[in-house]
Design a protein around this ligand. Structure first.
Ligand SMILES: [Zn+2]
Ligand SMILES: [Zn+2]
Length: 202
């Protein structure tokens, strides 16, 4: 993938987002998104497909992110490939500094109540800010990937885990523990009389 193409995909210009919207389709690597290995181990590039619409400076982003992330199963501790496919929803608003003036001068009291109402009614879309005439989509996509990680990743819903005794991965087959009777904890040790044993040898 060319650097320029990734830039276009992850840093669209506001001017390109027309009333009809802007479709962004391409691939981005974990590095492009600023994802570290601690956050997510991504296998290969991520497929990004986004639709952007601009309504008076408020840019709504919807789309799909697909790829493969390597996770460690909490039961068997084995790494497994987890296919990702989730929808992306975010809104970008201009950073306050970049707005020179409030568009309408209204009585502050009415504005405040309106804002409060708006906050309560508004869908809790992830909101981001953009500076100037360009959007930075990478941090938003990065967060989506981090948040998509399950609390308890499992290689499979019916992962058998490890044997608590011999630590064998039971997905690979049963261990000896289940077949054999439990090892007796008290072993009878025969103590032979050394003197007697020594004398009988001759
Ligand atoms: Zn597992
Ligand atoms: Zn075992």
């Amino acid at each position: 993938m060319q650097v320029g193409a990734v830039m276009e995909l992850l840093r669209p210009l506001l001017a390109d987002i027309t009333v009809d919207g802007l479709s962004l389709v391409g691939e981005a690597t974990a590095e492009d998104l600023g994802l570290t290995e601690d956050e997510a181990v991504v296998l290969g590039p991520l497929a990004v497909s986004l639709e952007l619409t601009n309504v008076e400076g408020l840019v709504a982003v919807t789309g799909v992110l697909e790829g493969t992330v390597v996770r460690e199963c909490v039961r068997c501790l084995k790494e497994y490939e987890d296919p990702l496919a989730f929808s992306v929803r975010a809104a970008f608003v201009p950073e306050p500094k970049s707005v020179p003036r409030h568009p309408k001068r209204v009585d502050s009291r009415t504005t405040n109540t309106k804002l409060v109402e708006a906050e309560q009614v508004e869908e809790p879309d992830d909101q981001y800010q953009y500076q100037g005439n360009q959007l930075e989509l990478a941090p938003m996509l990065r967060e989506h990937i981090i948040l998509s990680a399950p609390m308890r990743p499992l290689c499979s819903d019916d992962c058998l885990g490890l044997c608590p005794r011999c630590k064998k991965n039971l997905n690979e087959g049963p261990c000896q523990c289940s077949e054999e009777p439990p090892i007796p904890t008290v072993r009878v040790i025969q103590v032979t009389n050394r003197k007697a044993g020594g004398s009988s040898a001759s």
